[in-house]
Design a protein around this ligand. Structure first.
Ligand code: HAM
Length: 482
């Protein structure tokens, strides 16, 4: 029997064959693979999988990102950076500090989000670790923040922000991912309705500052605990009376978790819910007055909103204010750009002292999809301002990029001694505004040629090597002013 070769040795043999005159085209490579007994075949996802064959050699599989996940690569990642940086600037200026947290927690932390919620009952990525602990990847940000608050008991008000991934085993489609990313804030330790206004305003301002216009703020109050109990009883009674008209999938929840039906996307249930009692009609005087203050605060800041009494949101921890911002530019099932609300009982549920809290989370992918649909918030300018083209071996490029970077000027170069044309192509692709060109003539003259790139024409001047960094600084400043 032939002992299986390792993947590494199969690669070695492939490259040896290619180096010994078999060429490097795909056809010849495949020929080489055949000669080595490597079978390449397509799996259902279209990727190649290696198969162990008679000779025992295994081809390298072509891996893909898991379903429902995606890679964020340059230049698109530039917008991510810009979005997170903008959010950080806005919320830090309002007194919120960054929290950086584990992506997994003891599962019980997330079970506090509510047994009847899809997030907990169906979508959690949970598993036993090697020590036998039952843990889960975070499906959202609030639970971890509240767990940290209960653990460290920082002074209040505790105002924090995050930019982090969340994991939900959902049906993957555009705008709905199994790993998505949220920017969000949480503010703990104050029940002041003005804090509700501050938090909602931060979310609204983020979207407005990106240039989004087709956005609608929906607002509701879920009242206090007693209000909710009374309302849930009445809703349960109503849904019981209309049980046969509900969508089959929603019927089991009508009794166990009636609030879940209010945001059902199923047509039959939606029709029933349209005539259901409204929570806003069941608020106590105190909750009504509180909600009026939130509305007055938003109006005073000129933030438009629409009351949506069916907005209970998909997590169980909410009371009093709940809100969402929806985009008219996206498919309705994935149109919520941001959602949040008050969770005054959650800290206690995590073992902390009674502490009110409010926050929101906003899906970065969805916000950027809405920006694409509205044609706003384009990819920002490259951080590379100067590209050094050196056809004399690379030493000049090494020195010039180091000097430029040392002076705070974004600079890049090519490697591997490529020809002039190839280096100029890279210079154009880099997004730089100037190319510094060093050829044999420049070396002989002790100069560097400075050429404008992009839509700015192809002017070229010759500058003494010693003066070039100074010249570049001045030239970039002139371009910034024009
Ligand atoms: P959420 O509504 O479940 O709330 O999620 C917040 C936002 O994350 C949504 O509005 C949406 O933009 C985005 N999002 C959620 N699921 C997905 C997905 N599968 N794919 C893409 N984007 C998604 C929360 O997570 C709460 N923790 C918000 C909060 C903070 N409430 C109080 N504080």
């Amino acid at each position: 029997m032939i002992a299986p070769l390792s993947l590494r040795s199969s690669r070695c043999e492939t490259s040896l064959l290619l180096m010994t005159g078999h060429g490097s085209t795909r056809a010849t490579r495949e020929g080489a693979n055949e000669r080595l007994g490597i079978i390449r075949r397509r799996n259902r996802g279209g990727t190649f999988t290696g198969a162990p064959v008679a000779s025992g050699v295994v081809a390298s599989p072509l891996f893909k990102a898991p379903k429902g996940t995606h890679d964020v690569l340059p230049p698109a990642s530039k917008r991510w950076e810009a979005l997170v940086a903008r959010f950080a600037r806005q919320v830090e200026a309002a007194g919120y500090g960054l929290v950086q947290q584990p992506v997994f927690e003891e599962i019980a932390v997330f079970q506090r989000l509510g047994a009847g919620t899809d997030v907990v009952s169906k979508e959690m990525y949970d598993f036993q670790d090697k020590g036998g602990r039952h843990v889960a990847l975070r499906p959202e940000g609030t639970a971890s923040v509240v767990r940290a608050f209960a653990q460290y008991r920082p002074p209040t008000p505790w105002k924090v922000w995050y930019a982090a991934p969340s994991f939900r085993y959902e049906r993957a489609q555009a705008g709905r991912y199994r790993q998505h990313h949220q920017v969000g804030v949480e503010a703990l330790g104050s029940a002041d309705p003005d804090l509700d206004v501050e938090v909602i305003a931060l979310g609204w301002e983020l979207l407005a500052s990106l240039g989004l216009k087709g956005v609608l703020l929906l607002l509701n109050s879920m009242g206090d605990g007693d209000d909710r109990c009374r309302y849930v009883e009445e809703l349960r009674r109503f849904l019981g009376q209309h049980r046969h008209d509900l969508a089959d999938e929603d019927r089991p929840n009508a009794d166990a978790h009636p609030l879940r039906l209010l945001d059902s996307k199923r047509a039959a249930t939606k029709a029933v819910v349209a005539a259901a009692p409204r929570i806003l009609d069941h608020l106590s005087d105190g909750a009504t007055a509180r909600f009026a203050r939130v509305q007055a605060g938003l109006a005073a800041l000129h933030i438009p909103f629409v009351l949506e009494p069916r907005l209970v949101r998909g997590l169980d921890y909410y009371g009093h204010t709940t809100f969402e911002v929806q985009s008219s530019a996206l498919e309705s099932a994935q149109s919520t750009l941001l959602g949040g609300g008050r969770y005054d009982g959650l800290v206690e549920e995590m073992g902390g002292p009674p502490t009110p809290g409010i926050g929101f989370g906003s899906g970065i992918e969805r916000v950027l999809l809405a920006c694409d649909a509205e044609g706003v918030f384009p990819v920002g300018q490259s951080a590379v301002e100067v590209y050094v083209v050196d056809v004399t071996g690379g030493e000049a490029a090494r020195q010039l990029t180091a000097e430029l970077r040392g002076d705070g000027i974004g600079a890049d170069r090519s490697f591997d001694d490529r020809p002039m044309r190839a280096q100029m192509k890279l210079a154009d692709r880099s997004g730089a505004r100037l190319a510094l060109i060093v050829g044999p003539q420049e070396v002989a003259d002790g100069t560097v040629s400075v050429r404008s790139l992009g839509g700015e024409g192809r002017e070229q001047v010759s500058v003494g090597r010693e003066k070039v960094v100074h010249h570049v600084k001045d030239a970039l400043a002139v371009k910034d002013r024009s």
